[in-house]
Design a protein around this ligand. Structure first.
Ligand SMILES: *[C@@H]1O[C@H](CO)[C@@H](O)[C@H](O)[C@H]1NC(C)=O
Ligand SMILES: *[C@@H]1O[C@H](CO)[C@@H](O)[C@H](O)[C@H]1NC(C)=O
Ligand SMILES: *[C@@H]1O[C@H](CO)[C@@H](O)[C@H](O)[C@H]1NC(C)=O
Ligand SMILES: *[C@@H]1O[C@H](CO)[C@@H](O)[C@H](O)[C@H]1NC(C)=O
Ligand SMILES: *[C@@H]1O[C@H](CO)[C@@H](O)[C@H](O)[C@H]1NC(C)=O
Ligand SMILES: *[C@@H]1O[C@H](CO)[C@@H](O)[C@H](O)[C@H]1NC(C)=O
Ligand SMILES: *[C@@H]1O[C@H](CO)[C@@H](O)[C@H](O)[C@H]1NC(C)=O
Ligand SMILES: *[C@@H]1O[C@H](CO)[C@@H](O)[C@H](O)[C@H]1NC(C)=O
Length: 383
């Protein structure tokens, strides 16, 4: 699991200078310096003697065994479940970050993040259930190992944020997943390729079934990017949008930071992505047999290299470009500029669907989640 803790900062007080440095006799300095050199020498000598006597170290076999208290209270069990659920089911796009992950795990479970409302709801519900379980456990903290105490805090924090490290964009019931990207681009739509780049070498195909898996993986990306667009359309109809300047800032981040290649060079910009370079390198398909190559060519009328070059453009690059086009030419018009109409979450959901700054009074915004719960921006601004 990612580690959300940053190393603790050490505060160094400003330099302290003695007011009367000249009065200390030289002998005292000599004694201090000579004494410390002698002490260091002694320490080094003793440690060498001790090391000589010690038996060779046991090989390092286990990094972590649960404490008795953690086993007894069920904490170890719940923590294991949190980890498994997080990586295998709810965030398979991050599976490469799991402890002791195998290439087999990655090939079997990796999928792009699913932004559909169902999946978002499921992630939120599962996180809330597990958080209740963690909070209901009865254990004596003093009997836990330090690592376990930390793990309890980490688990509680990420579950409180719906299985994410960032407190935004992942909570189904707050509706913030209906908003477009923001200035910082903390939304999952901004890291789609980051994750793919990390795992792509593991998808190097050796046989027909792996080749088919690769084909389907690319098709998943078509659906993923399209689903983001669907969410934003739904957001506008629900009355969940950002102020115009925020929408513009989000679009700018997406265009010029996350998907810069495709902004500047159109579809062929995808070839700048590390995973695309890997795919198009002559060694990516080198393990395929002649019979697989021939069968593929017969089935798809294209050789393997050509097929995937096309698939990359059609399923991935085109989907990204369509998404950015929607944001720029359609979505932006739904973001009001008037501060009396909108300011942060406080005035959400808007009463009407907006278009070019004027309310479409024939269209009341939905104000509801797809599953019927009422939305309220102010209620969900949490401390
Ligand atoms: C806790 O359970 C694990 C797995 O069952 C076991 O390996 C470990 O030895 C147990 N810890 C203690 C202190 O009994
Ligand atoms: C929600 O996630 C759980 C755990 O992965 C899964 O078993 C369940 O089928 C999911 N439900 C839906 C509606 O996706
Ligand atoms: C979402 O879940 C609901 C009920 O669980 C189901 O009726 C609907 O078909 C699902 N939608 C999608 C897109 O999976
Ligand atoms: C927790 O364990 C410590 C050490 O054994 C003990 O002193 C303390 O009373 C225990 N606390 C509770 C609430 O049981
Ligand atoms: C394809 O190769 C993988 C790994 O080498 C292997 O696990 C899998 O069983 C193979 N599939 C077929 C259909 O041969
Ligand atoms: C199969 O095709 C790939 C990509 O064109 C090539 O790298 C590989 O050498 C071919 N395999 C054989 C056995 O010719
Ligand atoms: C695959 O097809 C493309 C275009 O048809 C061609 O340029 C390329 O040489 C072919 N590659 C192989 C290994 O046959
Ligand atoms: C990607 O999705 C769109 C919309 O569903 C579809 O029209 C298009 O054919 C898909 N692209 C490919 C290459 O399947």
């Amino acid at each position: 699991m990612e580690n959300g803790f940053s190393s603790s900062a050490v505060v160094i007080t400003p330099g302290y200078t003695s007011k009367e440095p000249k009065k200390t006799p030289r002998l005292v300095y000599l004694l201090i310096i000579g004494g410390s050199i002698f002490l260091c020498f002694l320490v080094v000598l003793i440690s060498f003697m001790l090391v000589g006597d010690r038996p060779p170290r046991m090989p390092y076999t286990s990094s972590y065994l649960a404490s008795t208290e953690s086993n007894r209270s069920g904490l170890a069990d719940v923590l294991r479940r949190v980890e498994r659920l997080y990586f295998y089911e709810l965030h398979p796009e991050k599976i490469y970050q799991m402890r002791r992950v195998t290439p087999e795990d990655i090939r079997m479970h990796f999928r792009p993040y699913d932004p559909s409302p169902n999946a978002t709801k499921n992630r939120t519900d599962e996180a809330m259930k597990l958080r209740q379980e963690v909070n209901a456990l009865k254990f004596n903290t003093t009997l836990l190992k330090l690592r376990e105490r930390k793990a309890v805090h980490v688990a509680s924090a990420i579950l409180g944020n719906n299985f994410g490290w960032a407190p935004y964009t992942q909570d189904y019931y707050s509706g913030d997943w209906l908003l477009g990207p923001d200035l910082f681009c903390w939304q999952p739509v901004c890291t789609v390729f980051t994750h793919l780049n990390q795992v792509f070498s593991h998808f190097k195909p050796h046989n027909m079934s792996q080749l088919v898996r690769l084909k389907e993986l690319f098709e998943d990306y078509n659906r993923t990017f399209e689903r983001y667009v669907e969410n934003w359309k739904l957001g506008a109809r629900t009355g969940y949008v950002r102020p115009h300047t925020a929408c513009q800032a989000g679009l700018h981040s997406l265009k010029y930071e996350m998907y810069r290649g495709m902004t500047l060079k159109d579809e062929s910009g995808i070839y700048d992505e590390p995973f695309a370079k890997m795919l198009l390198h002559s060694s990516y398909f080198e393990h395929l047999s002649k019979s697989v190559n021939d069968t593929w060519k017969e089935l798809s009328q294209q050789n393997v290299t050509e097929f995937f070059r096309q698939s990359l453009l059609q399923n991935v690059a085109r989907a990204v470009i369509e998404m950015m086009r929607y944001l720029e030419h359609e979505y932006l018009r739904h973001c009001p500029t008037d501060e009396n109409v909108i300011s942060g979450l406080g005035k959400l959901p808007l009463r009407f669907l907006y278009y070019n700054d004027s309310p479409d009074t024939g269209h009341l915004a939905f104000h509801q989640l797809p599953t019927g719960e009422e939305l309220s921006g102010p209620r969900h601004i949490r401390p």
